[in-house]
Design a protein around this ligand. Structure first.
Ligand code: PAF
Length: 285
């Protein structure tokens, strides 16, 4: 981005956010939206830059949504650093940062939950029960409050991306979902806010995720079609390196349905603990 950095306007109140969006819409401007939990890195920057390219106005949300974290997960230690986030967002051309409080998003008496049924099942949902209901509920609220024309999501969270596609289509929310490829460090590690929890030795072991996916991809490119054989290639790299493998699976890249042979485009997905840090990654096959 060569443009001069802007300082995004911070809006805290949902009502004020919707009023701003309605005014932009009335003036004929297309609103692009990038929702985040905060802790912005270059992966988020690529989402913001794409939003900036596609929309007339760009809104970022920074909201550490408690309902998508399990009781034993990292909610309490997740980075909350709005000033640093605003600096990154400003360099990517963000106009507004919507940063509500928990009480504003979930006022007393709040009891509605949004469920996207099949796509939420399996993979991350098996080990993080309730996670996707938390995501679906907050994304529905954010889309309703920000009322964007389009929203940009990373492919790194592949299951979330599939869920958000359905969420936008099924209840006619009318938000165009723009997927963006995973941004990687030069050595292949997928960018994640959680990478900063890794010690130097754990970071080295974390490279096993992208290496395992890459090994499966190379075998697929070489002609291997048997999903069990491809998964075995990945496990040979993951098993000795990670502390706990939550899953490594190949699914249909369009529907996320399980598959036995790679006769249609697939995606290999992995979730694993390195030390106490849970990382996810995926690659299309
Ligand atoms: O991917 C994320 O950062 C979050 O799950 C999201 C979409 C902002 C919902 O809280």
């Amino acid at each position: 981005m060569n443009e001069a950095p802007t300082t995004p306007t911070v809006i805290r109140s949902p009502e004020e956010m919707t009023t701003w969006s309605d005014q932009q819409r009335a003036a004929g401007r297309r609103i692009a939206f990038v929702p985040t939990l905060g802790g912005l890195h270059d992966g988020h920057r690529s989402l913001l830059e794409e939003g900036h390219r596609r929309g007339d106005r760009l809104v970022l949300s920074v909201f550490l949504n408690p309902t998508q974290f399990g009781p034993k997960e990292d909610l309490a230690k997740y980075p909350q650093e709005l000033e640093a986030d605003l600096a990154i967002a400003g360099r990517a051309g963000t106009d507004v940062c919507f940063a509500p409080t928990r009480a504003q998003m979930y006022p007393p008496g709040f009891q509605t939950e949004v469920q996207v049924k099949e796509i939420s099942q399996g993979l991350c949902d098996d080990l993080r029960p309730g996670h996707f209901a938390g995501v679906a509920t907050v994304v529905t609220k954010l889309f309703t409050i920000v009322h964007p024309h389009l929203a940009v999501f990373g492919e790194k969270n592949f299951q979330q991306l599939a869920l958000v596609h359905r969420l936008s289509t099924d209840p006619n929310l009318g938000v165009e979902i723009i997927p963006m490829p995973t941004v990687r460090e030069p050595d292949g590690l997928a960018m994640s806010t959680r990478n900063r929890y890794l010690s130097p030795t754990d970071r080295e072991r974390a490279l096993s995720l992208s290496r395992a996916l890459q090994a499966a991809r190379e075998a697929a490119v070489a002609g291997e079609r048997d999903v069990a054989a491809l998964v075995a290639k990945a496990r040979a790299i993951l098993d000795p390196a990670v502390d706990k493998l939550d899953y490594v699976e190949i699914r249909n890249a369009d529907t996320l349905a399980p598959m036995e042979r790679l006769d249609v485009p697939g995606v290999i997905l992995v979730a694993a603990f390195v030390g106490t840090t849970r990382l996810i990654d995926n690659m299309r096959l």
